[in-house]
Write a protein that binds this ligand. Structure first.
Ligand code: PEP
Length: 254
């Protein structure tokens, strides 16, 4: 059975003291709210991953995630962070292919395939982001575009390896804009993506794949989004920076 997951993507926000305060608040508020079939993943800036670890030991229902990793294991890549490094400090998840990485850092589907490989080789669970621009949504070409992101970055994997990947459908027009996809739009796309996965790996793998929704999910709309049969939780940006709101979103998934 697929897992329900709520992941908080803090992006490039918070000073060290602010990050510590948010982390301890969030952990305190959600630790008794998370049931055993829900996983909460906190993805602070990489700089804070090591110190964040000490807050997450209690209960084991909350995991640490990174926001990115390099596609190589080590070497002369100044400023970068590798999957083995993340693994060595107890990170369990890594967000890959976020639209901001694709847009501002030129990440391509082929490069993301390599990042997915190195993440999996090092025991990290990729949270693989896909999603279309507003233009593609409006001209109707979004379905093929998003499916192609998945095909080009993930379909080289064996069924067993694919079973360790989490998908996050994040329409770019909804990220940080306050324009959430309707629950019907999210459900339609998640259903289509699951069908696409079934075409490659069969029904059992598709049914076991967690597909998260991301894009202005918040305390008001999370319950309706998460109630959709193919929506298995969320990747949460802005609302993960406020402990009370994030707790409401986490509660909405169960
Ligand atoms: C995100 O960055 O992954 C995201 C979904 O952001 P927001 O919730 O702020 O739209």
């Amino acid at each position: 059975m697929r897992k329900k997951i709520v992941a908080g993507n803090w992006k490039m926000n918070k000073t060290a003291d602010e990050a510590t305060a948010l982390l301890s608040e969030v952990v305190n508020m959600i630790k008794d709210e998370v049931t055993s079939d829900v996983r909460v993943v906190l993805c602070p800036p990489a700089l804070y991953l090591t110190t964040s670890r000490q807050y997450l030991t209690a209960g084991g229902k909350i995991s640490l995630g990174a926001q990115n990793c390099h596609e190589k294991a080590s070497g002369a890549y100044t400023g970068e962070i590798s999957a083995p490094m993340l693994q060595s400090i107890g990170v369990e998840y890594v967000i890959l292919g976020h639209s901001e990485r694709r847009q501002y850092f030129g990440e391509t589907n082929a490069q993301l395939a390599e990042k997915v490989n190195i993440a999996l080789e090092n025991g990290l669970t990729p949270i693989f982001c896909c999603g279309e621009s507003r233009d593609l949504r409006e001209n109707g070409d979004y379905d093929a575009f998003v499916k192609n992101q998945i095909t080009e970055s993930l379909f080289h994997l064996s069924a067993e390896a694919f079973g360790n990947v989490v998908i996050a459908y994040e329409p770019i027009w909804a990220i940080g804009t306050g324009l959430t996809a309707s629950s019907a739009q999210a459900q339609d796309m998640h259903f289509e993506l699951r069908r696409h996965i079934a075409g490659q790996y069969g029904d059992t793998v598709a049914q076991d794949t967690s597909i998260l929704y991301g894009g202005s999910a918040n305390e008001k709309n999370a319950a309706e989004l998460f109630a959709q049969s193919d929506v298995d939780g969320g990747l949460i940006g802005g609302a993960s920076l406020k402990s009370r709101e994030f707790t409401i979103v986490v509660k909405a998934v169960q």
